[in-house]
Design a protein around this ligand. Structure first.
Ligand code: ZN
Length: 140
């Protein structure tokens, strides 16, 4: 079993500007990497660097998944994201072991990364994101 590295924790917010001010104070670092991901209907910003960052997500349109999440559950923990060396392989593996995939194919995430989501039903109610990265595992 390969231990995976936590890439980031995603937090759904109503206003990216307001959330950045709060989280810059909490984390003690300026937000970086602000970007609109049109495919997912979100604008994101990151706090911290390397593994274990915070990703703030605000909806860019009312019908985006994050907008629906905010309507149902309000702001808060939206997903956790772990790095994998081979995203397609990891998706096939998770599907074979009974996890429900939201994405059967990798899609474009922030900063040009390939990402895919597993359904929260299989992960104790937490949306689970996989991100393909060369630095995908902890030291053996
Ligand atoms: Zn994410």
């Amino acid at each position: 079993m390969n231990e995976r590295i936590l890439d980031h924790v995603g937090i759904a917010v109503e206003s990216l500007d307001d959330a950045i001010a709060i989280w810059e104070t909490l984390v003690g670092t300026p937000a970086t990497g602000r970007e609109r991901v049109e495919d997912q209907g979100v604008e994101v910003a990151f706090l911290g660097s390397g593994a274990g960052r915070i990703e703030l997500l605000a909806p860019t349109r009312p019908e985006s998944p994050v907008a629906r999440f905010l309507e149902r559950r309000g702001p808060g923990l939206h997903h956790v994201c772990y790095r994998v060396p081979d995203l397609r392989g990891a998706l096939a593996e998770h599907e074979a072991t009974g996890f429900q995939l939201i994405d059967r194919e990798p899609r474009a995430g922030a900063h040009g990364h390939q990402v895919a989501f597993l359904h929260p039903r299989g992960a104790n109610g937490v949306l689970f994101e996989l991100l393909e990265s060369g630095e995908a595992t902890a030291d053996p």
